[in-house]
Design a protein around this ligand. Structure first.
Ligand code: ADP
Ligand code: MG
Length: 318
């Protein structure tokens, strides 16, 4: 007799899961049938399937479908529960991936020790389940490093948010993004099919809060324009959700209602600005550290870009 040839191809996690699922549903069918002392042939006759097909299902080589599971439940009695098992397996298979939406921050990050220390201390002391939602609000002019700081802090805090991280650019300094659009994206990322998401912003905000109730998620609202844009995007009280907001403007209503930890960013002090400039240009530019004053990270990055470009230009004239 020939031995069946096993595939040497590595299977993907999804294939493994599907095979495991077929096997456990097949085993459930077999044990329910044996409990009722019904032979495979007898069951096959009553559900109008061939007994070889049923035996493949029991071995996990074929999938148990919902209509067949329902038929078997009728014959094997209500406690066989096969239809419920099939439905649960289908749901598990279609479950959405946990959102992990944070973009990567800059790999080269300097300074901001005091700000990071206060954000870390605040996240340690704001315990899950407290009234209100914990908010970290970072404020400052364009290019000062608000987004970079929040992404740095969030990357360190990842294990506090096992239910996911949501990120939206709200368009500050450019075109203000409608919160209804952001809500639709968030709710879809949490697994709700687009056609089931309410159009009305209050309803979709309520759905968003329901989905996050009791969860441990971080919501990053980057480059917010105003309070009206931010408020519908906040999770409700309770649970372990947190929010980080960056904005150029002060969000006075959010501040008054939610008492966030507020961090205002200013320019990097000369030593840090020089450190960033040196790291960016390496040996490729003519940097005079003594001439670097207080500067925003954006100013330093564009100065570095200019220096590097200049040092690559061929000398003109003599
Ligand atoms: N602490 C930092 N160290 C190094 N680069 C930084 C730092 N903060 C910001 N940057 C860089 O400076 C630029 C502007 O920062 P960003 O966070 O986008 O500013 P904002 O969000 O305040 O407009 C980006 O290129 C960013 O990667
Ligand atoms: Mg930003």
């Amino acid at each position: 007799m020939k031995t069946p040839i096993r595939s040497t191809q590595p299977t993907s996690a999804l294939e493994d899961e599907a095979t495991g699922c077929c096997r456990s549903l097949g085993a459930a069918l077999r044990s329910a049938r044996l409990r009722r002392n019904i032979s495979l042939r007898e069951l096959a006759r009553r559900v109008h399937y061939s007994h070889t097909y049923l035996s493949k299902i029991e071995r996990g080589d074929k999938a148990l479908t919902l209509p067949l599971a329902e038929q078997c439940d009728e014959i094997l009695g209500p406690d066989s529960n096969l239809a419920a098992l099939v439905q649960r397996a289908q749901l598990a298979r279609t479950r959405w991936p946990r959102p992990r939406q944070l973009p990567a921050g800059p790999s080269l990050f300097v300074g901001r020790e005091a700000e990071l220390a206060s954000a870390r201390a605040w996240s340690r002391t704001r315990r899950a389940g407290e009234a209100g939602v914990p908010i970290l609000a970072v404020h400052g002019p364009a290019g000062i490093g608000k987004t970079a700081l929040v992404l740095r802090w969030a990357a360190e805090q990842a294990e506090r948010f096992p239910d996911g991280t949501l990120f939206a650019d709200l368009g500050g300094g450019g075109r203000r993004v409608d919160p209804a659009v952001v809500l639709r994206g968030f709710v879809a990322a949490l697994g709700i099919e687009r056609h089931r998401i309410p159009q009305d912003v209050r309803e979709s905000a309520a759905l968003f809060r329901s989905l996050l109730h009791g969860a441990r998620t971080l919501v990053v609202l980057d480059s917010a324009v105003d309070d009206e844009q931010v408020i519908p995007l906040l999770p409700g009280a309770g649970g372990g959700n947190s929010v980080a907001i960056t904005s150029r403007e002060r969000l006075t209503t959010v501040h008054a209602r939610f008492d966030p930890l507020r961090i205002t960013l200013g320019r990097l002090p000369p030593a840090k600005a020089a450190e960033l400039l040196h790291s960016l240009v390496g040996g490729g530019g003519d940097v005079q550290a003594g001439r670097v004053g207080w500067a925003s990270p954006e100013e330093i990055r564009s100065a570095a870009y200019d220096l590097l470009n200049r040092s690559r230009q061929p000398e003109v004239g003599g």
